[in-house]
Design a protein around this ligand. Structure first.
Ligand code: UDP
Ligand code: MG
Length: 318
């Protein structure tokens, strides 16, 4: 019997892009995947406010291979990926964006690599960032550089969430049940035999990006906190350095008083020092607070997503 390939597609306000995506994925399937695998579409509607659900319902009615999960509100792409992996029926699972920035045309090659070269997972990375605002590319690059230095987990520059994996990898990702999900880190953390395909950046087929610069910035901070404790070390090191400086200053002042007497000067410098130290203390508490806040959220053990309605391979959830 043929194995099944599930395409997990997170979609948030993608009413324009979804039909184009479906057509393109079907074209690729008909031309070069049909002989090897059965197909399942699993759309994850991430609380869209436009007609995305109507589009998905229509596809579901006309094609029995189209399944979906619809969230009760917007939970974010990370939650959508988790829901997709949890509910995918296939032995193979591929994660793709709805906007065709992750070309379905790569799927046959990915499947071939997993089946014939015995890789567990085939990832994809863009080697260019053409069409992206230059500041965004700049900060993205700096982020990957920084992560490379401060995290033990390998996070590849330009890596997309677009990948095809077997059941082993799916289960490994699902076993990481954290609430604060930074997928790029999770994919690197689990290991397994992974091959990378490279391609040039492709611009969105329709609709617009859901990521503002600010959202990306917060996402980057989340990534750092989730996969590195370096900021905590930085604040400890600053504490040690400040202690050393204070110690030397005390010796200096004692010696100076013994030699020259005490003229009670140095008030402005004292204020500067107090402000500097207070600043460093607040920064350190802030860093600590970030980790505590994340720990707090994790301990609450909230569900990663809530389902409004779903139609899956063997069951219907309403
Ligand atoms: N997405 C989502 N939930 C969100 C934001 C985005 O499911 O809160 C989906 C979106 O529909 C798309 C994919 O994640 O399929 C990537 O989003 P987008 O194309 O906006 O990001 P970009 O490619 O610009 O980084
Ligand atoms: Mg996109």
């Amino acid at each position: 019997m043929k194995k099944t390939l599930t395409l997990v597609v997170p979609a948030y306000n993608e009413q324009e892009a979804l039909p184009i995506f479906y057509d393109e994925a079907m074209r690729v399937y008909e031309t070069s995947l049909k002989d090897k695998v059965e197909l399942e579409f699993l759309f994850i509607d991430d609380g869209s406010k436009d007609d995305t659900m109507a589009v998905i319902h229509k596809l579901n009615e006309s094609d029995h291979r189209v399944h979906y999960v619809s969230f009760s509100r917007n939970f974010g792409k990370e939650a959508a990926i988790y829901a997709g992996l949890e509910n995918a029926a296939g032995e193979y699972v591929a994660i793709l964006d709805a906007d065709l920035q992750d070309p379905p045309a790569l799927l046959p090659e990915m499947l071939r690599i997993v089946e014939e070269e015995h890789y567990d997972c085939v990832g994809s990375r863009r080697v260019t960032r053409k069409g992206e605002p230059p500041i965004r590319s700049f900060f993205a690059r700096q982020f990957y550089k920084l992560m490379g230095k401060i995290s033990q987990t390998e996070i590849v520059d330009g890596a997309r969430d677009f990948q095809l994996m077997n059941k082993k990898v799916v289960n490994a990702i699902l076993s990481m049940g954290e609430y604060n999900r930074f997928s790029k880190g999770i994919f690197g953390w689990i290991g397994f035999k992974k091959k990378w395909l490279e391609y040039e950046n492709i611009e969105r087929a329709a609709g617009e990006t859901k990521w503002s610069f600010w959202k990306l910035f917060i996402y980057a901070l989340d990534g750092i906190i989730a996969f590195s404790t370096a900021p905590l070390i930085v604040s400890s090191v600053m504490g040690v350095v400040m202690c050393l400086v204070a110690f030397l200053a005390i010796i200096f002042i004692i010696v100076r008083t013994l030699i020259f007497g005490d003229p009670t000067s140095g008030w402005p410098s004292m204020v500067c020092i107090i402000v500097l130290i207070a600043g460093i203390q607040l920064l350190s508490i802030g860093i600590l607070g970030q980790y505590m806040a994340k720990t707090y959220l994790e301990t609450k053990n909230r569900p990663k997503y809530l389902i409004e309605e779903a139609k899956l391979k063997d069951k219907e959830v309403l």
